[in-house]
Design a binder for this molecule. Structure first.
Ligand SMILES: *[C@@H]1O[C@H](CO)[C@@H](O)[C@H](O)[C@H]1NC(C)=O
Ligand SMILES: *[C@@H]1O[C@H](CO)[C@@H](O)[C@H](O)[C@H]1NC(C)=O
Ligand SMILES: *[C@@H]1O[C@H](CO)[C@@H](O)[C@H](O)[C@H]1NC(C)=O
Length: 513
């Protein structure tokens, strides 16, 4: 097809060497940023992203090397897993997938060893910045880590796979530690993987990014190179996942040599194999303290295909929320297309029974505003049907218009009022920053507007950039933070006392590495 894509790659390959603050942005963008009275850390985080964070994409991607998960991953279903993939120079690969019963990846059930060959093809026309690839599986082996895991898995294979897999394991076979069974063999033309919902379509869409992680502890002491491998996403609907060809990505793997530091899980995953699955370190369960401001940690991509960054504020005191969705046309989030502001209320439900470690919430979206940021979006909004998206004909570049009174904006798929059934999780990263995981959007582009469509996996995390009252509560332990937050938010606290408390606490709280 596109033979000249190497050249395209050369042209697109882009490294921004510019400093954070001296990148020119469009006047509209500046005006827009200026309107928000953000906390400095939140602004910093977003600017960092908008400048591409000195990220460069390797085009064509170089797969060769050893790539690992940086933590416990959650796939739709849910499935909890870690991955360790090795790509060789001769295009062969060996991939480990380690599956677990629990969301901390400490209780392994079975491990897969996947061997095959992958060949890069051309730049994707659907997902900008991605490369399409073909792959071929030679062998998939499975090792069970307990008798129970073996029984459950064999029953699943028995139920769903064809004749040839009925005898995959003889009935009554007892579990022996370390035994490897062949699930798929290209040579024997046998494939018993379907029952596990297993497919390697993730290899058909790849992207490699490289960036410098500043060594913040020792200022001015250079940086460390980080390489990330993005592989295709997994469909959120179980029944679709065996057929679905990815248009978005999963959480990236990192290069075992060039990964972000610190990463307590990396070494453990790197050293693991099918007989010694990684058992990740214990992590405290964090309460769902949403209050504060949260911002994207990277330019995010959604299937079929939107690039965006997100910025949310949650007010615990009155259960209200506000969110900005900054949309872009490019995978480094540098060319803005439009911004959506949405707000409403939320209700905290209980812990999820489907996805352990997650919390259920219900979100109501009652207000929305839209800002067109490029000519194409402007033209589209300006010519939308009367009453379907604000005032047609009154749209201007960089000017925000309310679309609440037209019940949203049909052209952008925004409908108001709107209810979504959500799944959230809060974690701490290795630098003690709070990360907020919000449920994955349904891959088919619909919205989780019924409880049965509630997500079972997560989008890439937002980083907390400001605490409940605008301060950044970084050096306070989680449970203490909770009490403090409740106290600061409590109606009983007079504004004067709150201001005083904050003034006293601020020097302790506001520190950013
Ligand atoms: C799998 O199916 C076969 C035939 O349907 C049956 O004989 C066998 O007991 C089943 N094995 C398990 C572990 O369920
Ligand atoms: C909720 O409270 C915050 C301050 O705590 C305030 O800024 C916001 O406007 C309130 N929202 C609503 C919908 O009442
Ligand atoms: C928007 O539509 C109005 C009325 O149709 C038209 O006069 C104006 O030129 C349009 N503006 C843009 C930027 O397309």
């Amino acid at each position: 097809m596109l033979r000249s894509w190497w050249l395209v790659g050369l042209c697109i390959a882009y490294t921004s060497g510019k400093k954070l603050w001296d990148v020119p942005v469009s006047p509209e963008e500046l005006a827009n940023l200026g309107k928000l009275r953000w906390e400095p850390q939140c602004q910093y985080q977003l600017r960092h992203l908008q400048d591409g964070a000195r990220i460069s994409a390797l085009l064509p991607p170089r797969l060769e090397g050893h790539w690992i998960s940086t933590g416990c991953e959650v796939r739709p279903g849910p499935e909890f897993l870690t991955r360790s993939y090795i790509f060789y120079a001769n295009r062969l690969f060996k991939a480990y997938q380690f599956y677990y019963r629990d969301p901390s990846c400490r209780d392994p059930t079975y491990s897969l060893v996947i061997k095959g060959k992958v060949r890069l093809r051309q730049a994707s026309w659907i997902t900008r910045g991605a490369t399409e690839a073909d792959y071929h599986l030679h062998k998939v082996g499975i090792v069970f880590h307990s008798q129970r895991a073996m029984q459950e898995t064999v029953a699943r294979i028995n139920q769903t796979s064809g004749e040839q897999c009925n005898g995959f394991l003889p009935p009554g076979r007892t579990w022996t530690s370390g035994a490897l069974y062949e699930l798929l063999s290209a040579k024997a033309e046998r494939d018993c993987t379907a029952g596990l919902g297993f497919a390697m379509h993730e290899l058909s869409l790849v992207r490699v990014e490289k960036y410098e992680q500043p060594l913040l502890l020792q200022k001015n002491q250079g940086s460390r190179e980080v390489e990330e491998l993005y592989l295709g996403d997994i469909h959120t609907q179980w029944s679709e996942r065996l057929h679905y060809r990815p248009t978005g990505y999963q959480r990236p793997l990192q290069n075992a040599v060039h990964h972000i530091h610190p990463c307590p899980a990396c070494g453990i995953i790197y050293r693991a194999d099918e007989h010694h699955p990684p058992i990740l370190p214990v992590r405290p369960e964090l309460p769902m303290l949403l209050s504060g401001r949260w911002v994207s940690s990277r330019c995010e991509v959604r299937p079929a295909v939107l690039f965006l960054t997100r910025y949310f504020t949650f007010h615990g005191s009155n259960r209200s929320w506000e969110g900005y969705y900054y949309h872009y046309s490019d995978p480094l989030c540098k060319q803005p297309t439009f911004t959506v502001y949405a707000s409403g209320h939320y209700n905290l439900g209980g812990p999820s029974l489907v996805v352990r470690g997650g919390t259920e919430l219900v979100f109501k979206v009652t207000q929305a505003r839209v800002t067109p940021m490029d000519q194409a979006t402007l033209a589209m909004l300006n010519s939308s049907d009367f009453g379907s998206c604000g005032e047609p004909g009154s749209w201007r570049l960089g000017k925000e218009l309310d679309v609440t009174h037209t019940n949203g904006c049909a052209a952008l798929g925004i409908r108001l009022p709107h209810t979504e059934y959500e799944l959230f999780k809060i974690e701490q990263d290795a630098k003690d920053r709070s990360l907020l995981f919000i449920g994955e959007r349904p891959t088919d582009g619909s919205s989780p507007n019924t409880p049965s469509k509630r997500p079972t996996s997560y989008q890439s995390p937002l980083i907390q950039c400001a605490g409940p009252s605008g301060t950044f509560l970084r050096h306070i332990k989680p449970n203490y933070l909770g009490k403090l937050e409740d106290y600061l938010n409590s109606a009983a606290l007079k504004p004067r006392s709150r201001a005083f408390l904050l003034a006293v606490l601020a020097p302790l709280l506001i520190r950013w590495d």
